[in-house]
Design a protein around this ligand. Sequence first.
Ligand SMILES: Cc1cc2nc3c(=O)[nH]c(=O)nc-3n(C[C@H](O)[C@H](O)[C@H](O)COP(=O)(O)OP(=O)(O)OC[C@H]3O[C@@H](n4cnc5c(N)ncnc54)[C@H](O)[C@@H]3O)c2cc1C
Length: 556
Amino acid sequence: MAKPILLSVDDDADVLRAIERDLRSQYGADYRVLGSGSPESALDLLKQLKLRSDSVALLLADQRMPRIDGVHFLQEAMRIYPEAKRALLTAYADTTAAIGAINQASIHYFFMKPWDPPTEHLYPQLDDLLEDWQASYHPAYSGIRVLGTRWSPRSYELRDFLARNHVPYQWIDAEISASDPETKLLLETLGPEATNLPVVLFPDGTKLLETTPAQVAQKVGLRTRAQTSFYDLAIIGGGPAGLAAAVYGASEGLHTVMVEREAPGGQAGMSSRIENYLGFPAGLSGGDLARRAVVQAQRFGVEILAAEASEVRTEGPYRIIKLADGSEFSCHALMIATGVQWRRLDAPGIDRLQGAGVYYGGGATEAISCAGETVYVIGGANSAGQAAMNFAKHAEKVFILVRGSSLSSTMSQYLIDQIKETPKIQVWAHASVAEVHGETHLEEISVLCSDTGKIERVPGNAVFIFIGALPRTDWLAGVVERDDRGFLLTGPDLIVNGERPKGWTLERDPYLLETNVPGIFAVGDVRHGSVKRVASGVGEGSVAVQFIHQYLSKVQ
Ligand SMILES: Cc1cc2nc3c(=O)[nH]c(=O)nc-3n(C[C@H](O)[C@H](O)[C@H](O)COP(=O)(O)OP(=O)(O)OC[C@H]3O[C@@H](n4cnc5c(N)ncnc54)[C@H](O)[C@@H]3O)c2cc1C
C-alpha cells in the first residue's frame, strides 16, 4: 500500500526545499513527502491523488502566496481531503491572521518561519498532528474502482467481466451513493468526464472511459495476445472442457495456449452451486471450480488469453487461429471447447433492457444487488432452479416462470425439494414472458398465462433468462462440419454409410473426439451428442488429449 502523503506548498523555492528536506528526514520512512510551488498546481495534484485513492495526512501551506493565500488554499484543499491535518507557515507579521484562521478556517496549527531547530519548532507539533491523524486513519481502498450506474448495461458488462475473471474491484454506484461526500468529490474531480459513466479508475491514477472488457483486460494484465507464434495445442474456450484439456495437455508436456473470450469457467462459472461434481459432497460454486482450475493450468505453464477466436483455417499441418483483434497464431492440434450460450428470448423490450434489469444466465454480480427486490427467473431446468435458490438469499421474492404445469419433467428432484422448502420462491406454471416494460430499466413484466389465455402485468426489478442454450459456431462454418443446430460433429458421427467425411485424406477414421479436419478436436457442450454436464466436459477434455498425442506423433 502507498504511504500517506505530506504535502507542502510554497512559492518560494528555497523555503519549499528546506521544508521538504526537514519533513523527509524526520518522516520519510512512514510518509511520502511531496512539494508544490503554487496553490493551483497543488490543488491539481490533490485531485489526481484523490482519483488514485491516495491518502494525504498533512497539508502545509505558506500564508503569503500570490493569487491564493495559504488559508484559502487550505480551505479549498479541505474539500478534497477533509481528513488531512492543515497547517500554515507564517512570518511573524502574519501571526494575527494565522490565529484568526485557526478559528475561522478550521486550520489545525501554524508554524513560524524560520522553524530552526526543527526538533523544537516543527517536529513535536507535527508529531501531535500526525498521531491524531493516524488515530482516525482508515487506509482508502487502493484497488480498481468502477464508477457507474446500476442500470447501465455497460457498467454491468464491466463488473461481470471483472468479477468472473476474479479481478478485485470496488463498485461505486453514482446514483445510489450520490450524496456520499467521497462519491460527490470523485464525480466533481472527473468533471465533464463524469457524464460518460462507467469510468474504470486504476490505482496508478489512470482511467478508462467508454471502455470495453478487452481494454480493461489488457490494462489489468490479462494477456490478450499470444506470446509466441506457434503452440503444440491451442484450445478455444475456457469452460470445464477447455480447462481440463489445458491441464492435461500442459502437464503432459504440450506447449499449450487457451483462448477465452469472457472468463475461465464458462457456464459452470455461472453456477452458484454444483452439487453433483465428484469429490465435493457439499457442492462447490462454479466460480471456485474455475479459479482452482485456472491456478492448476497456470502451474503447468498454460498460457491463457482473454480474447475471442474469430476464424480458423488450415495450412498443411498448421491450424491457424485468428483472434477478434486481427492477430494470429498457429498450432498443430486445435481443440474447440466453446460450449453453448443462452438462447435469446424473443419478446418486446427484452433486447432494449438487456443489462438494465434483463439478464441472460446467472448474473453473478447482480444477485446481491437484488436485495429486497422481486426477481423473475425464466426457465424450468436445473440452471434456473440453482439461480432461483441463489437469488432467494437476497431478493424479497423470486418467481420461476415455466411454460409447463410443473418443474418435475425438467428439473432434478433435489432442486425441486429445495425450492419447495424456500418460501421466498414461487413457481408460476403455464407462464411465459410476453413483454417487458421500463424506460431506463426494467419496471414491469407482462406474463402470458397459457391456462387462462390472459396477460398479467406485474411489477419486477430483474428478469434472469435460462431458456436453454445453443452453440455459437458460425465462425467455424465451412471448416468444421456441424449438425443443423450448429453442434460440431466428431468421430463416429462423421461416418455416414461407412464413408469418411468429405475431404478426409488420412488412412484412418477420425478419432473419437476429432472433427472432419484432422487435428481439430471438439469437446464438451459444443459437441453433437454431448452430455451437458461439468464432469462429462472435464472427461472429454482430458480424454481428447490422448488422441492429440496420437495425432501429434504422426504430424509432419
Ligand atoms: C447456471 C448453470 C448451472 C449448471 N449447473 C450444473 C451442475 O450443477 N452440474 C453439472 O454437471 N453441470 C451444470 N451445468 C452445465 C455445465 O456447466 C456445462 O455442461 C459445462 O460448463 C460445459 O462445459 P464446456 O467447457 O463444454 O462449455 P462452457 O462451460 O459453455 O464453456 C465454453 C467457454 O467457451 C468460451 N467461448 C465461446 N466461444 C468462444 C470464442 N469464439 N473464443 C473464445 N472463447 C469462446 C465461452 O466464453 C465459455 O467460457 C450448469 C450450467 C449452468 C449455465
